[in-house]
Write a protein that binds this ligand. Structure first.
Ligand SMILES: *Cc1c(COP(=O)(O)O)cnc(C)c1O
Length: 401
């Protein structure tokens, strides 16, 4: 394997994000392939016994076993680290594998977590159901409220965990304040950046310690594979995350890593165009539906903060109709937009969160975090936005809106 300029960090760090998304982390085999090679291998052979021993001792660089390292996976990790402006990154089999690893690798019995109450359903399940089983307590707060973060800190608080924008309420968290507060108190901030990706928002630039992703969403961007990623300092990744990951094995398959590498090549293009399309569709819906939660719209109470932290609004937002019956009726009347709970796809997809993504969250927790019975979440894809508006217009009329 030969390094290309794509792996010389002193050079790739100076590149702009769109360039890094195409080229950072590229290794070439002796064949000189342009597209990254796919190493579908679990193991590696050694020239002699001493080489094997030296690799396991850590005295010699090189691959040993794909649960520990794999060339295709390593290319993706290097590229995401560059995009995040992080020292290091490790990828996992799904976004939830990434969130679970990012939390469990550093938490122990007796620790306390402060978490944003508006969150992806499984992220809330981790905080509400899994952590307490291991003696880790958690306080969930309105993450938009800076004072609430400060008030929730306990002497044993070890981690702040939140999403911004949050799934599906689109709550925006003040990254500079919350990550700065965490750092000043010796607390590790873990930011789920799935809705923005590093193409739109780089939490490390605002003081975040750890950034975690569902790469299934915008990074793949075409609805093909599950993937996750965790970025942070070399110390955190190598000394805290890696011992956990290498011994518990939530690894990403090299094939899925390769698919996400291909996805990253068009990330910048897609998120910018999908953000533009979302804004056009959002402007159509504003005023037509009882409520819209979209920080990209100037009327949103957190518009200014969102646009300070993000380069564009992203393709995802939610809106609310009267109740579950009207929401389901609207979904059933769609002809172009699919009823699907995935997001970040180049296709437009819509779902009713209370009965799907947040079904596993209790009704009380849904009400507390603002996931109403009439809430619908829309991922705006790469179709012509005028066709999406026609589809929505027809479906809204069908339910009397
Ligand atoms: C989808 C999602 C996850 C989980 O990711 P998977 O790849 O589906 O496991 C976590 N956080 C957020 C914000 C998400 O949207």
């Amino acid at each position: 394997m030969k390094r290309t300029t794509g792996t010389d960090r002193s050079i790739t760090r100076t590149w702009r994000k769109a360039t890094q998304a195409v080229r950072a982390g590229t290794w070439r085999s002796e064949q000189g392939e342009t597209s990254e090679a796919l190493f579908l291998t679990s193991g590696f052979a050694y020239d002699n016994a001493e080489t094997a021993a030296a690799r396991f001792r850590g005295d010699q660089q090189g691959m040993t076993y794909s649960r520990l390292q794999n060339p295709t996976v390593a290319m993706l990790e290097e590229r995401i680290a560059m995009l995040d402006g992080a020292e290091a990154c490790r990828v996992q089999a799904s976004g939830m594998a990434a969130m679970t690893a990012a939390l469990l690798c550093q938490l122990s019995v007796g620790d306390h977590v402060v978490a944003g109450r508006a969150a992806f359903g499984s992220c809330r399940w981790l905080v509400d159901q899994l952590l307490p089983r291991f003696g880790i307590t958690a306080t969930t707060i309105d993450a938009r409220d800076n004072a609430a973060w400060e008030a929730a800190i306990q002497p044993n608080t070890k981690v702040f965990f939140f999403e911004t924008p949050a799934n599906p309420t689109m709550d925006v968290v003040d990254l500079a304040f919350v990550c700065g507060l965490a750092r000043s108190r010796g607390i590790v901030s873990v930011v789920d950046n799935a809705f923005a990706t590093p193409a739109l928002q780089r939490p490390i630039e605002w003081g975040a310690d750890v950034v975690a992703y569902s790469a299934t969403k915008l990074m793949d961007g075409q609805g093909r594979v599950l993937a996750g990623a965790v970025s942070g300092s070399a110390d955190f990744i190598n000394n805290v995350l890696l011992p956990f990951q290498r011994n518990t094995g939530p690894n990403l398959s090299p094939f899925n890593a390769w698919v996400v590498l291909k996805g990253l090549e068009t990330l910048d293009l897609r998120v910018k165009k999908q953000s533009e399309n979302a804004l056009q569709v959002g402007k159509f819906l504003e005023g037509r539906v009882p409520r819209i939660n979209f920080p990209g719209l100037p009327s949103h109470p957190q518009h200014e903060l969102a646009m300070k932290q993000m380069d564009a609004c992203g393709p995802i937002f939610s809106f609310e109709v009267e109740g579950r019956e009207q929401a389901h009726g609207l979904l059933d009347a769609l002809e172009l937009i699919d009823i699907s709970n995935n997001i970040g796809d180049s296709r437009s997809l819509m779902c009713h969160n209370a009965s799907t993504t947040h079904y596993s969250v209790s009704a009380e927790a849904r009400a507390e975090m603002g996931v109403s019975e009439g809430m619908l979440r829309l991922n705006v894809g790469l179709e012509d936005p005028l066709d999406l508006i026609d589809d929505l217009d027809r479906a809204l009329k069908a339910v009397g809106l």
